[in-house]
Design a protein around this ligand. Structure first.
Ligand SMILES: [Zn+2]
Length: 216
């Protein structure tokens, strides 16, 4: 179970101090989905992996962290359009806004980290725009992969996550391509081989539902 605490956070952009719920401990993941989605109990932390300043609406993993031109970015029409897009669930909007900022800083791994959480939120609500969030995640993670920005423990895990996201979006051609890359990078690690073979079996049958990793 994630440990949640309340703490004050001063925004790096506008200096507004707000009370935020903070995730202070990542639990041991006994079981999780092929795209990295954590065990159900850990998803209690999902609302708190993004912080939003009550003053300037800066959204980030930690609003105490500053960046160049952030004050201007948070006032742009593009940023506010994402944050105020009522077609997405409220929490997903904050993750999408944080992903937008990360993208502007060319931090594709961080953008993917936020986008996949927007995806999980939409999935939980069976929201039709989960597919859009998954597409965004794929864009960010493929960019991160190609530029050597780490978002998984190693290459095989990153390819496995990308392959599973493609599978969920019914793109079996690219799912298969990245499953093969995962296989080549797995170094015959039994844990990953089992997960990759499980994924490949679902690709062959065009299964697009959420799938947990096989227990080992
Ligand atoms: Zn602020």
């Amino acid at each position: 179970m994630s440990l949640l605490t309340r703490d004050t956070r001063q925004c790096a952009v506008c200096s507004t101090t707000t009370t935020q719920t903070v995730v202070t401990l990542r639990p041991i993941l006994e079981s999780y989905d092929l795209d990295g989605r954590p065990y159900e109990a850990s998803l209690l932390a999902l609302p708190y992996w993004v912080q939003c300043c009550g003053g300037c609406k800066y959204c980030a993993r930690d609003i105490r962290q500053a960046g160049d031109n952030l004050a201007a970015i948070c006032k742009t029409a593009a940023y506010l359009a994402i944050l105020n897009d009522a077609s997405f669930p409220y929490m997903a909007r904050q993750y999408r806004a944080a992903a937008h900022i990360a993208t502007l800083y060319h931090n594709h791994a961080e953008a993917g980290w936020h986008s996949i959480r927007a995806t999980w939120k939409c999935e939980d609500m069976q929201h039709p725009l989960a597919r859009i969030c998954r597409n965004d995640t794929l864009t960010h993670y493929v960019n991160a992969y190609q530029q050597g920005q780490r978002f998984g423990q190693h290459n095989a895990e990153e390819c496995l996550i990308i392959a599973d996201l493609y599978r969920r979006n019914s793109d079996m051609h690219h799912a298969n391509e990245y499953a093969e890359r995962a296989l080549q990078g797995s170094s015959n690690d039994a844990t990953y081989l089992q997960a990759i073979h499980h994924l490949q079996a679902m690709i062959r049958t065009s299964t697009t539902t959420r799938q947990p990793r096989p227990l080992h």
